[in-house]
Design a protein around this ligand. Structure first.
Ligand code: ATP
Length: 290
């Protein structure tokens, strides 16, 4: 098998500030619930995946947009501090993307996403070099995703979340789709895709090629599940890097599941992570790097 070594992983995607209220129970329509505790985190699937890939040891460039406000400065700083090249994050005339999240004691949540600056990412200015690999999600406008995917000369991975109807040319071009089981069910067009990794939360993940399952692995054991938000982002970054490093599907899935498990053991959607090789080794040896 040929091993592709990308010059860099280019993550083109969303950057949000996540404002999370931790509450006893979620409000019904028109109701006010008091007693909330507030968390403020940098999020967005694009930022989460760029940060995860960098912490796993990849050279990562992020392409995206924030507003010319304090949240934008803060978000870019946080992404830079994780080792990501932020030179292609534009500052645009719109508020920084914001997700308003309420989480109850059972972990059930409600979300409102205001895409703000993310809606103004300009596909025209996005350069992807020969040999660069691309990782995207669906939190940017579909025409931006389509333009980047069409122009990218190398490997393209698309975490197709949140689910939406995908045009045929995009399904044909993408080398690796990553979705959770709900998204897979919502996008029947993915049955025609070359390679789709489907995640099943605590039940692991599978690889499906042109509608037929080719590999399936269980989730890695986690002593205490603290927060599952962002597990899919850590998994997506890890799987993309493992496949790019030449790992066969089953081994790549195992490594990505080990990284997903490390993510759910932490309270944040941008968890600390060890270099990718340690998860591959730990999985083979049956222990965890953290
Ligand atoms: P999110 O949107 O919340 O980031 P997702 O729905 O995209 O997540 P999941 O299927 O929940 O993705 O999780 C991705 C991967 O993370 C799973 O395939 C699994 O490897 C790991 N994972 C998730 N939940 C658990 C868990 N409870 N225990 C162990 N591993 C888990």
């Amino acid at each position: 098998m040929s091993v592709r070594q990308p010059q860099a992983l280019v993550v083109v995607g969303s950057i949000n500030v996540d404002l999370t209220a931790l509450v006893e129970r979620l409000p019904a329509a028109g109701e006010t619930v008091g007693g909330g505790r507030l968390r403020r985190d940098v999020g967005g699937k694009g930022a989460n995946q760029a940060v995860a890939a960098s912490r796993l040891g990849a050279r990562v460039r992020m392409v995206g947009a924030v507003g010319s406000d304090a949240d934008g400065v803060w978000a870019v700083e946080a992404i830079r501090n994780a080792g990501v090249d932020v030179g292609d994050i534009a500052t645009v005339d719109s508020p920084t993307g914001t997700a308003l999240i309420a989480v109850d004691e059972a972990g059930e949540n409600q979300l409102v996403v205001c895409s703000g600056a993310n809606a103004l990412v300009d596909a025209g200015g996005i350069a992807v070099g020969t040999g660069d690999a691309v990782l995207m999600q669906l939190e940017l406008p579909l025409d931006v995703v389509r333009a980047v995917v069409t122009r990218a000369p190398g490997f393209v991975a698309l975490n197709a979340a949140p689910a939406r109807r995908l045009p045929e040319d995009l399904v044909e071009r993408v080398d690796l789709f990553i979705v959770n089981e709900t998204e897979y069910a919502a996008m029947p067009e993915l049955r025609a895709a070359r390679r789709v990794a489907v995640t099943y939360g605590a039940a692991g993940a599978a690889m499906i090629a042109e509608g037929a399952e080719t590999a399936r692995v269980p989730a890695a054991a986690v002593a205490t599940v603290v927060n599952t938000v962002g597990a899919g982002d850590a998994f997506s970054a890890a799987l993309t890097l493992a496949i790019l490093a030449g790992a066969p599907d089953e081994q790549a899935l195992r490594t990505a599941c080990a990284v997903g498990a490390a993510a759910v053991a932490r309270p944040t959607a941008q968890p600390p992570l060890a270099p990718l090789e340690l998860y591959a080794v730990a999985e083979a040896g049956g222990c965890s790097p953290r």
